[in-house]
Design a protein around this ligand. Structure first.
Ligand code: NAP
Length: 252
């Protein structure tokens, strides 16, 4: 039996009509940057739970989650109604392997995300351990519309903190957007657009790549990276690419 922990919403931020962040106070056991837990609400006599990544560094005084309201979903629209003072349930045990200690040794770290999949990468970057380990950090965020380019202030803070060691490249696919590439991540990898723009090549000897978000983006990006000599990283068979399918079509 899961011993759920009650949390209280202390704030929220709406990025678009479907995308929002919740700040939550809850007395949780320790977790690592890049991990996820489960959020739950009691709905129609049932405790309904889904996995959501922490966006914050574990040292933060609150927990933060980035969510999308899934049309026709049961839990995410209800979570989208929460306001400061409302309560929700959190699972005590965090999970997930997109953590600093699991990332293979290398020189540059590429963090490639679509949509809410950027959450665990912001947690990893805010925690600071990966930033201390890698010479260069590249954060790439693919979204449909510019309003979904979340946490601009936090990303600007990374840029101030790490200067030229840090690069951020947005991709916006469904409207023109300043400084954003108008294409999907696998295409930007395959055509060399990202590398040209950032002035760095993708080299399996030095580059490590984390993929998180739309399951099709994850699969297509891995396939593209494999043509460049990259392999999926597993504990028993080390490679250069780690991934998390951030959601499945059935969840919501
Ligand atoms: P999305 O459809 O995942 O799109 C985000 C970005 O990924 C867009 O730039 C999109 O490009 C691109 N993309 C889509 N398919 C791709 C592929 N095969 N390869 C590479 N890039 C690809 O949009 P979203 O707004 O983040 O999520 C959309 C819906 O997904 C949500 O409304 C929800 O229904 C579901 N979702 C569910 C959860 C969950 O927790 N259950 C979480 C996230 C999303 P295009 O504009 O060209 O399609």
């Amino acid at each position: 039996m899961v011993e759920w922990i009650q949390g209280r919403v202390i704030g929220r931020r709406d990025w678009s009509d479907k995308l929002f962040s919740l700040q939550v106070q809850a007395d949780l056991p320790a977790y690592q940057a890049g991990q996820f837990t489960r959020l739950a609400l009691d709905l129609a006599g049932e405790r309904l739970a889904r996995a959501y990544s922490f966006v914050n560094s574990p040292s933060s005084d609150h927990h933060e989650f980035l969510l999308v309201r899934v049309q026709g979903g049961r839990l995410s629209p209800a979570l989208g109604q929460l306001a400061a003072g409302d309560t929700l349930w959190l699972a005590p045990q965090a999970s997930g392997f997109l953590t600093e200690s699991e990332i293979p040794v290398g020189g540059r770290l590429w963090l490639l995300a679509t949509g809410t999949g950027i959450g665990p990468f912001l947690s990893l970057l805010s925690d600071g351990a990966v930033a201390r380990r890698f010479e260069r950090l590249v954060l790439v965020h693919g979204v449909r519309e510019g309003a979904e380019l979340v946490y601009p202030e936090l990303i600007a803070q990374y840029a101030r903190q790490w200067g030229t060691r840090f690069a951020y490249q947005p991709l916006v696919t469904r409207e023109p957007w300043p400084d954003a590439l108008p294409m999907r991540i696998p295409q930007a990898l395959a055509e060399g657009t990202l590398c040209r723009l950032l002035g760095i090549s993708l080299d399996p000897a030095q580059d490590r790549v984390l993929l998180c978000g739309n399951p099709d983006m994850v699969a297509d990006s891995l396939a593209t990276l494999e043509t460049l000599g990259f392999a999926r990283h597993r504990r028993r068979a080390p490679g250069q690419v780690m991934m998390e399918n951030y959601w499945s079509p059935a969840s919501g």
